[in-house]
Structure formats: C-alpha cells, structure tokens
Design a binder for this molecule. Structure first.
Ligand code: SF4
Length: 571
C-alpha cells in the first residue's frame, strides 16, 4: 500500500504514514492539490514555514503503463500566490513508487541547508552546506559521484536558495540530464525550507504493487498500441515538441516580439526541422531521447555543440518560443545555451524568456541580441540587480521597468501561444487555477477535429473547461501530456487508461472516472484560490490582448467576459 513520507525540517523529524482518509487513491496533481488545500492556510506567506512542499508520483508511476511516471510538485506559489502544481518527467517518480511512497510532504524550515536521502533502509536528513550556491549540474554530478548511478535527484540551483520567484525544481532523468518542474516558483518554496536536494535510491526495492496483473497487462498493451497508432506520435518522435515552432508560426500564433506579432521571420532557424538537421550532423546529438523509462514516444533530444559537447537536453518548444521568437532571437545555439544557464541556476525558461522580452521592449537590450540575452541570464547567478530582476520573472521585471505590456496572468508568464489566435488557450490562461499555464488546457488546432475554430470568439469556454478537467486528471495519473493527446482523438483509449488504474488499485472505476478526477481536482484548487482572496476579476488576460490587433491575422482576444466567467465559476 502506498504511503506518505512527512518531513518536518524545523524539528528534523520524519514519519512514514498510511495515506489518510480523503487522500486514498490519489496521486500526482490531485494529491498535491488536495494536501495543499487541506493543510496549507490559503493566505499564508508562500515562503513562510506554514507553506508545504509536496512531491507526488502519478497514480500509475512505476508501473509498466506507457509514459506514466511524471512527478508532481505542489505548494502555494510565490509567483502567483495561488495553489500550484508543476510536473516533470525523469526517474524520480518511479523510484518513489518502488519504495512505496506516493508522496513526500516537506514542512517547516531547516536551520541550515539540508538534503533528504530516501532508500530501502529509511530516510535521513543530511547537511548540505557544502552544496551552497552550486548550480544544478554540478550539484547533481557531485551527488552522483557520492551515491552512485542508481540515485534519482530532485534539486534546486542558487535561484531556489535565493528564493527568486521564477525558481524551478530540477529532476534527473535516468541518464542524468535535467528535466524541470519549472512553473510557479516552486524552487523558491524548496529554498525557503532550506532544502537543497532530495536523493532517492530504489536499489533492492519491490516492484510497484498491481492488484490485477493480467488485467493491467492487457489494458496497458492496448493503451500503448493505441497511442502509437496516432499520426501525431510520428511527428513528436521525429521533431519533438519543437515541431510546434513552424506549426504555430503558420497559424500566426507563435509568440513573437513580446507578443506583438504572431509570426517570426526567423522561425525556420529555430525550428524543430533545423534542430533535426543539426542533431544529425553534430557529434553525440540525439533527436530521439526519453526522459523516463517506459516512454514509448521519445520526444526529447540531446542538443550538442559543434564539437559534440552536450549543451542541453531536452530543448523544447516553450523555451524556443519564449527565449527565441518572443525575443526575436533566431540563433538556436544561443537559445540552447540560455536554456542550459537557466537549468543550472534553476529558473523557469518561460518566465525568464518572458522577462527578457519585456526588458527588450523597455530598451534594456536590443531585440534579437542573443549574446546580450545570454549575458543577462548569466547575471542571475552573479546576483546582480539586473540578474535578480530577470530571475524574479516576467511580471516582476515588467513592473520594475515600468512596462505597459506584461504578458502574465496572476503573475505567471503566458506560454508561447498567442491567445488572440488560440482563444480557447486564452480562456485557459485566464481561468486556470495555476495562472497562465498552457499545460492546463491548450486548445491548439487539430487536423482530427477540423470543425473546431481556435480563433472564433465564442464557444471557447466549454472547450477550455473540458480540457482543463481532462489535463487535471492526466496530471494526476502521471501520464505525459504527449501520450495523452491521442486519447482525446480516440476516446476508446481512455477506457484502457482507466482500466490500468482500476487494475492497479484493484477496484472497479466509474466510466466517468477521468472527468470526475479532473473536476474534483479543479474544485479543490479553485476553493483554495477563493479562500486566498482570488475572484473572477483575476481571471482576465492583460488588456493589450483585448485591444491590440495581432499581425498578420488582425485578431484580438474577444471572448465575451460572461463566457470566461462561466468557466471561472464552474467547479
Ligand atoms: S514523450 Fe517526451 S515528455 Fe513524454 S515521457 Fe517521453 S520523452 Fe518524456
């Protein structure tokens, strides 16, 4: 039976307990949000000792179900002041589940920098002062040298230690690249607790318990087969998420020049197609890579330099959009280097990309000057005034520079999809309990559903609401978003997914299980935000999206407010 590990850093006590009533059968986002909502006072200081940082494996993590081992990280966010969940691939969720842990709840605040070690023999808190101010790459390498290759690591860089609002949580892949639970400043929450790293070794641990093994095998095989049958998967395999650069550019919604254009003249130079060409040519480059064992899609990559040195893995659409086109930077190598510096110092590339775009518009550096942007990002680690500004994200930077056009909702920078052409995504940005977050319900054009018009002014509320509940469920199971997309076009596959959960838990589940799980998760999150003081007035996009026409389409964001409010008020 899965358990919760509670770690109180104030008195250095740890305790492993059964999942309490109300938490059973939950995992991933559903569990992090339930714990935060029940145990964290909604108006508390996100960086104070009352906030709790929760790591939770998805319900199916550690099983043989495909792409199903994401790790959710949850807390009250210092960036948005809402409830927050950010999730990441990597090896950690599988290891936690093999050790019988559905979640780790970190409470209080240690007196000095501390790390947490979890293995078959138990739980230990160890001093981490020798890791102070180490970047994630160096810290992880040091931990790996000390503890060996079977370790999985959750860590923060200096930005987390310094509690910057865009600080992220890094998670290692099986081959020790970094994936990131990037959004919402959760790295700052980890830093506020003086927790540098969580190190998990699952050597000699048991397999994850499956109550109905035969049923699970059958459902899992059918699910894998169905996912692989979808035409989108071939594109993700070949180009990864960066396939979206040319697609979104063609659709006129690629975030460009701080969201003042929908198309970027340099898009081809930072496209997935260009990356593929480079990765095939450069030594050690890999355009096919997986962030977790059990992935059947391999959308990730290892982006290398001309001499074969690893720059970053994986280089993805959101980073390319926010750091590249949004800043008019058309040099994919510079974008990759900025990504590496962000991973190392431990900040969200999206909020930092948004911050650079705002700074360029304010005249702090020139549009398209990749070298200046890279130097600016390096300043985060040097703790200069400008570096600290950028490391605090897009809203902070915009306000400090007196900018009028700051692309954020509830403090979090938008993703690289302009909401004037993707209006369903715009409704999600506005109403998601997490601030502007595309992973909560991204309504992109879909060839399998040609009747859906993403730029129509009406009908977007119900689309966003449906997607928000679907992805809340997906984030709770631990299923990777890319593996979940085919299930939207082939609903029969959802039955196989639910059958996997049912076989794992050994209990029959309602045919509406996914909807129920998603809706109940959203309900918990919205209740927390309401108690934290948020109202429907906070569920709005910045005014410039409603007033400025987006070239070349001329679209504005004109979804009626009552349609947005209908989503806000729904559970
Ligand atoms: S498809 Fe991509 S994000 Fe999903 S599990 Fe595989 S490598 Fe990770």
């Amino acid at each position: 039976m899965s358990k919760i590990l509670r770690v109180n850093l104030s008195d250095l006590k740890t305790n492993i307990e059964d999942l309490p009533k109300g938490y059973e059968g939950l995992g991933g986002r559903a569990l992090t949000s339930t714990i935060v909502s029940k145990e964290v006072p909604p108006r508390t200081d996100p960086l104070g000792p009352e906030n709790k940082l929760v790591f939770s494996a998805g319900i199916l993590a550690g099983t043989t179900a495909p792409n199903n081992s994401r790790l959710s990280v949850g807390a009250k966010s210092p960036l948005t002041h809402t409830i927050k969940e950010a999730n990441s691939g990597g090896a950690v969720a599988q290891k936690l589940m093999r050790l019988g842990l559905q979640a780790v709840v970190v409470e209080g605040r240690a007196k000095d920098l501390t790390s947490l070690k979890i293995d078959k023999d138990g739980v230990r808190l160890v001093p981490a002062t020798s890791y102070r101010n180490l970047g994630n790459y160096q810290a992880i390498e040091k931990i790996r040298k000390e503890l060996g290759d079977n370790i999985g690591v959750i860590s923060i860089g200096p930005a987390g230690e310094w509690k910057l609002k865009a600080a992220a949580v890094a998670v290692t892949t099986p081959d020790f690249h970094i994936r990131v639970a990037a959004r919402g400043g959760l790295g700052a929450v980890m830093g506020s607790k003086n927790l540098k790293a969580v190190m998990i070794d699952d050597a000699q641990s048991d397999q994850v318990e499956i109550k109905d093994k035969a049923g699970f095998r059958e459902a899992s095989t059918a699910l894998s087969k169905g996912i692989l049958s979808h035409p989108l998967i071939g594109i993700f395999k070949e180009l990864g998420t960066s396939c979206l650069v040319m697609m979104m550019n063609a659709y006129g919604c690629l975030a460009t020049k701080n969201y003042s254009l929908g198309q970027f003249s340099g898009a081809e130079k930072i496209s997935g197609e260009r990356m593929l060409e480079l990765m095939k040519k450069r030594p050690n480059g890999q355009h096919v890579h997986r962030c977790m064992n059990g992935c059947i899609i391999n959308c990730s990559n290892i982006f290398t330099g001309e001499n074969g040195e690893t720059i970053v893995s994986g280089l993805e659409y959101e980073t390319i959009g926010l750091v590249g086109s949004n800043c008019m930077i058309d040099d994919i190598d510079i974008v990759a280097h900025i990504n590496r510096v962000c991973n190392d110092v431990g900040v969200d590339t999206m909020d930092v990309g948004g911050a650079i775009g705002v700074a360029m518009e304010a005249g702090l550096l020139a549009w398209g000057d990749g070298k200046a942007a890279l130097d600016l990002v390096k300043e985060i680690g040097k703790k200069t005034e400008k570096g600290l500004m950028i490391g605090n994200g897009c809203k902070f930077t915009g306000e400090k520079l007196g900018a009028k056009r700051i692309p954020h909702v509830k403090g979090q920078c938008l993703a690289a999809y302009d909401p004037r052409s993707l209006k369903g995504t715009g409704v999600t940005y506005a109403t998601s309990p997490m601030g502007a977050d595309h992973t909560c319900g991204n309504a992109i054009p879909n060839p399998a559903n040609p009747s859906y018009n993403p730029s129509a002014a009406t009908g977007q509320g119900p689309v966003s609401q449906f997607l928000q509940s679907y992805f809340a469920a997906i984030d709770s199971l631990g299923l990777c978003l890319f593996a979940s997309l085919p299930l939207l076009d082939i609903p029969a596959l959802q039955k196989h997914l639910v059958a996997c959960v049912s076989a794992k838990l050994g209990s029959p589940l309602d045919e509406n299980y996914l909807t129920q799980l998603g809706v109940s998760t959203l309900k918990v999150e919205r209740k927390f935000n309401k108690a934290a003081g948020f109202t429907k007035k906070d569920d709005r996009l910045p005014k410039f999206f409603l007033e400025e026409k987006l070239p070349p389409s001329g679209n504005i964001f004109d979804v009626p407010e009552d349609e947005i409010d209908a989503v806000s008020l729904l559970p």
